[in-house]
Design a binder for this molecule. Sequence first.
Ligand code: PHE
Length: 462
Amino acid sequence: MIKDETSKRASFSGRLGFVMAAAASAVGLGNLWRFPYLTSHYGGGIFVIVYIILAVTFGFSLMIAEIALGRKTGKSCISAFGDLCKKYKWIGVIAALVPLLIVPYYCVIGGWVTKWFSMTVTGDLSTLAADGGAYWWDYITGNIAGMSDPTLWFIIFAMLCVFCVVVGVDRGIEKLSKILMPLLLFMMIGITIYEFTLPGFWDGVVFYLNPDVSKLSGGTFLGAISQIFYSMSLAMGIMITYGSYMKKDVSIEKSTRNISVIDTVVAILAGFMIVPAAFSMGLGDSKGMGLMFMSLPQVFAQMPAGEIIAPIFYLLVLFAALTSAVSLLETVVSVFVDLKKIRRNDSIGISAVLLVLLGIVSVMGFGPWMTNFGAFDQGAGWLGIFDTVTNSILMPVIAILTCVFVGYVIKVHVITDEVEAEGNAFVSKRVFEYMIKYICPICLAAILIFGLLDMFGVFSVY
Ligand code: PHE
């Protein structure tokens, strides 16, 4: 990861360096955990199609806008908006606060991955796979080892992140991730190929790839757009910060295309590995966020050499989650430094305390602090509330504000000029202008309003 500690800004060596760093932040639990379970929740193939369409239009345009904003100003998210127009600094401030709400519950899921890794290392794969993967729910609700065990694993993962941020091993992590990420992809492909031998897998493939229009709802669009922001690390200031470290002669458009393609391919592949397998394991279109933790252990349990493959796989997932979580935490830390002008070490301390406190709320939300907010938490307790508030409410609002800021306050040409700086061609310039000025803000507002109405069961227009 990159840090803004010195007055002289470091930058990525070239496009490959930039794309790899941004992809390491983008590819994480969003692709491996959230995309498959949302696909299953929103009816399979239809969600996949809506996701892809929105990713190449909305996701792509917003990522270009954010990276260009960052490179133009050379500032992180908090200062970038204010730099271009003082009155609008607050947009950057709200965007920068989103990672603070995401990183704690991200670490809770990271804790589950770490636990699954430790269980498979010690040869407990069969426990995870038994009874259709029922272990996951029993574990997080404290029926197996009380709430202290999920709390412990959350804290282990969180402290791993804090450690990385403190000692700044992030560059090392990044180097390592260049080897481990392709390895993870390779394993995912291998696991998916194996799954074709499982009975009932084809029915799952049909569910995953065949769009059933009757399952379309306002929620499908809101779910897909929330997933795009989450997975592509948009609408929370991260890509603005990354852009601020990009050299002028590197093409923003080509880099954005590379990052979004990598992120989308990993998500689709993760879905292919997890969603149809859930079918073949008799979980049907199981709707919960435990999908990855329930279906995969059963696949590994049946696989030849599954006991060896499972821990390697969970280790790689752990790594992908860690690179993303570290980049989130790093943002939180730099936000406090920027906002409150405090020392970096103090900021790390404050961030770590907040991380643990908010994370414990999510952990306990499956146990003694279980809530019932109906549609709002969708049965996922406080973790679901943090997830919904950030991804389905705050991020669409921030994205709309960013479009309005770029389209009408500073004007689109400021961004398109930046994309074309040093003679880089901006192939989709016209489309981009229309997207940012009209299509994105209007459609995002519609998606947000109708999606929320649908989610709360007020009415459904689709
Ligand atoms: N995009 C990451 C994922 O898919 C999550 C993340 C968001 C990471 C923002 C860093 C910054 O898991």
